[in-house]
Ligand binder design. Sequence first.
Ligand SMILES: [Zn+2]
Ligand SMILES: [Zn+2]
Length: 103
Amino acid sequence: MPCYRCGTRQSDPERGPSPWRRGVVAEHLVLVCPACQRQAGWADALTACGRCGSRHLIRRLDQVECLDCRMTRDAVPDAPVPAPDSSLADEVARALERVRRRE
Ligand SMILES: [Zn+2]
Ligand SMILES: [Zn+2]
């Protein structure tokens, strides 16, 4: 699974703690590479936990789980992308395009 922002693929086998971060964008699980994590606001497009505000969420089957407070909720099918005039909309739309192309 490549980085949702830049499309870089993970080169190392997934073993031990990975520097890649998982997150959820419009209910899709995404990965963020270490380089993109150094950019300001890299997590802004990620969905935040409704309870603790963490963006460390994962999608698991039909549920979205917060890795910080362990809250789980049902994933929303066909979640709407943020308003088109928001600065994040373009980024999210591009990310979803990449995510959906894999499905
Ligand atoms: Zn990246
Ligand atoms: Zn949480």
